[in-house]
Design a protein around this ligand. Structure first.
Ligand code: KG4
Ligand code: ZN
Length: 374
């Protein structure tokens, strides 16, 4: 089954054609990072307006790639001049929740219109479920070293808008067993980057600065929540702010946007490293508790923050010390991570999720499809 998937929940408009939930046949994306950089975060109105401009060109570029890939596979005798790529698309999928409302609306309306015009079934996909299914992409079933996720699967999904631990019993049945009580993990990377004067998006720039920093220089707190599998990051963000104020010798009345100019490069890198270690350890410790409790067959990570190397390292370390799991995390049974480009927002993951959704759920009505912000 070939699915044309569209993702536009935040600041990226992306389209992809995915076969059988795993093979990416074509993909195109327009990232708005440069549009939002000056503001240090995504401006929803700018995001939606940009999506309007790029929606059709991105879908066209993706279909053009798909046409090139399809014609390359056909024997010359089968090549017809009027070959229509739409004949080869079985289904359309689109992220309809959660995300920024203006952004979601553009992608959803694009997909609904295409479904009606081309008379294709359409599936609405949850963005967080989509992130998890990035772990099914580009599965080479002949390659023994590749680990196909097994159920029950425990997934740490950490993005700019959400942070949660999801326990998948099957493709159609999962529960959220832990989640952030305030800021999302990616959001706190972005906000701390702003305090430290590092560019948006904060995740990659903190990771880069942290390479030169001392992660043990500043002791930062890991808060405890009533449900030990939940997370909280707003206290960590404030702790960084207070520690930076103390470092440069000012109090809480000093404007935070002027702090970075007073911070020397080596302290900034030490802050980046100390913060990154604490944030990643918070997530890794929560996952270790969930791993011991649910004894999953697979552990997956997903979302923009899953691109973080320190998170991957600390998660492996924390999980390897949980001995009573049915499976232990080791070289032969590693944590399953998406390719780096499929950690951050992309349309291929939406196509993967939609394929498995289509195995048990009916398509949605394109005329009735709504968006969900939360
Ligand atoms: O999943 P995503 O692309 O979009 C949302 O669904 O929100 O995640 C974006 C978030 C941003 O907050 C960004 O700073 C963070 O992922 N991020 C990272 C890294 N790369 C992106 N955080 C930590 N380390 C990274 N290498
Ligand atoms: Zn996302």
């Amino acid at each position: 089954m070939k699915i044309l998937a569209i993702e536009s929940s935040c600041d990226e408009f992306a389209a992809a054609v995915v076969e059988d939930g795993q093979r990416v046949l074509a993909e195109a994306v327009y990232s708005q990072i440069d549009l939002h950089k000056a503001f240090g975060g995504v401006v929803p109105e700018i995001a939606a307006r940009s999506h309007v401009e790029v929606a059709i060109p991105v879908v066209e570029e993706c279909l053009e790639q798909f046409r090139a890939a399809s014609t390359a596979l056909l024997s010359p005798s089968k090549l017809k001049p009027d070959f229509d790529v739409w004949d080869d698309i079985d289904t359309i999928a689109v992220t309809n929740r959660p995300g920024l409302s203006g952004s979601l609306l553009i992608g959803t309306l694009t997909a609904r219109t295409l479904a009606l015009l081309k008379n294709k079934p359409i599936y609405a996909v949850d963005h967080m479920e989509g992130h998890v299914y990035a772990n099914w992409l580009n599965v080479d079933t002949d390659n023994q070293s590749f680990k196909r996720p097994q159920f029950p699967a425990l997934a740490l999904v950490v993005s700019g808008g959400h942070s949660q631990i999801m326990l998948f019993h099957s493709h159609s049945n999962y529960e959220i067993v832990g989640e952030t009580q305030d800021d999302a993990a990616g959001e706190v990377f972005d906000k701390v980057a702003k305090i430290l004067g590092l560019p948006y998006p904060g995740g990659p720039s903190i990771a880069k600065a942290a390479e030169h920093g001392n992660a043990d220089k500043y002791q930062l707190p890991i808060p405890k929540c009533a449900n030990p599998l939940d997370f909280s990051f707003s206290g960590l963000k404030t702790a960084v702010l207070r520690a930076v104020q103390a470092e440069v010798g000012v109090d809480h009345t000093f404007p935070s946007f002027e702090l970075a100019a007073r911070l020397n490069a080596s302290s900034r890198d030490d802050f980046a490293a100390s913060f990154q270690k604490t944030a990643c350890l918070t997530l890794a410790k929560g996952m270790a508790l969930a791993f011991a409790k649910y004894q999953p067959k697979s552990v997956l990570i997903a979302g923009g923050v899953a691109a973080n190397t320190e998170l991957r390292r600390l998660l492996a370390l924390e999980l390897s010390s949980v001995n009573d799991g049915k499976v232990s995390i080791s070289q032969t049974n590693p944590i399953i991570c998406p390719e780096l480009k499929y950690c951050t927002d992309n349309a291929a993951m939406i196509g993967a999720r939609a394929y498995f959704l289509s195995q048990y759920a009916k398509p949605d009505d394109p005329l009735a499809m709504e968006i969900g912000v939360n």
